[in-house]
Design a protein around this ligand. Sequence first.
Ligand SMILES: [Fe+2]
Length: 508
Amino acid sequence: MNGNKFLIIDDDPLTRQLLSDILCSIEGYRTDEAPNGMVGIQEVKANDYDIVFTDLTMPELNGLGVLKEIQKINPYLPVVVVTGMSTIDVAINVMKEGANDFITKPFKIKTITSTVERILGEKRLLNRLGLKGNDRESIERLNAELFKKLQNINLLQAIHAELDSLYDNNKIYSAIVTMATKLLMVREASFGIIEDGYLKVKKTIGTKERDIAIGDTFFESILKTRNYYLANLGEKNPHTGEPLAYPFLSIPFVIKDVVFGLLSLANKVDGSSFTDDDISLALTLVNKTALRIENNVLYEIIYNNLVNSLKALVISIDARDPYTRFHSERVTAYALQIAEILNLSEDEKDAIKFGGYLHDIGKIGVKDRILLKAGPLTQSELDQVRQHPIIGDNIIRPLKFFPKEQEIIRYHHERYDGTGYPEGLAGEQIPLLARILAMADSYHAMTSSRPYRKAMTHDQAIAEIKRGVNSQFDGKILEAFLQTPVGKGEETKKNKPGILESGAENAS
Ligand SMILES: [Fe+2]
């Protein structure tokens, strides 16, 4: 028996009975019942209740009347209004009048439980703060507590937003350590991953913790219980083996019931110990981060599976056509050199790495007879070859993972003056990465031999590209290209012509 006692005021005996049954089934709460508002008020005067549940619509004294009477008798007694869905607007108004919460019929046990727990929790907080009357000191303490909670909520929101923007697990490990120091005001924080019986430290602040064997430390018990551990002063610091001079909190990252990492926090700035609120905040942070990491892992698995399947497709195209063998790889390498000079972001470089590799994936939809034709193509054959950017885009589009790669694939045969294909985009309308790839693609095509014509030299190819500025190519991209190792002619010495290119599309 926990001693909490509730009053239920309702003119419907069945509702009273049902609510009472639910409340009494939770941790043995006790209830009194009143069949109307007047009796209810008498009960409130005569007894000490923790919460009053009152129906909203009752004859004589309704829920609002009951609330007002109770506020006169004991303004700190929480009142929960019970209402049907149709009167929910009224219930909200009643809350504005000072009711603590409302629950709707038909009852949901979980809603009732969480409402009761929340109200009792707030009561405990008020008791802890010693708020018995309107004394100024208590109100100020309460305000300070509320202010801190509000700050923490704001911080948690900021943290959630930041975590959601991170896809690299190492960046997440780093972020969580920084965030935890701010959130819990500690001088020391570290995050490590559990691997083969070791804690491999990934990020630290204010401490020089190193990888350690977990055996015989309290970390070992965290792995078993999967619960946080608050070490006492004097206990052995797992990292140093020395007795702890200040409280040390360690929280496990659990993914699919396995402890995957540990966040350890120590040495609070104000010298105090960790409070329940600190621990609850740290747990929120860790759980949110664990979810984020789990999502990233799943994403990586799916992404890698996709990438591998697509690479297998590219290899199958290369196998059909010896002239394109290694073409995708070389084009990607050249495009990356240009991206480097242009200072593109890591995301854009990643898109080039993958999009470059796949740029001709649509050739899978072009017949062998045309793709492998040794001589110049007829107009109808050319038209079919020119479908490959669209076919490639159609292959990648449903995967939804690769919007930038998709642009590279679709637009790598557009020309700066708008006479390219498939859409005839011009100038800056052509996505930047596609303009880069177009130059890398053309340079490699020109400097590769074909069955019916020999490869150009580096200088000839550069002269040809220069002639194509503003018609086929973007002059800004050429400027960057000329600063790359390949643009300076350093690559041609390494890769002699012979790495061949299909005559089909680039003959156009
Ligand atoms: Fe192409």
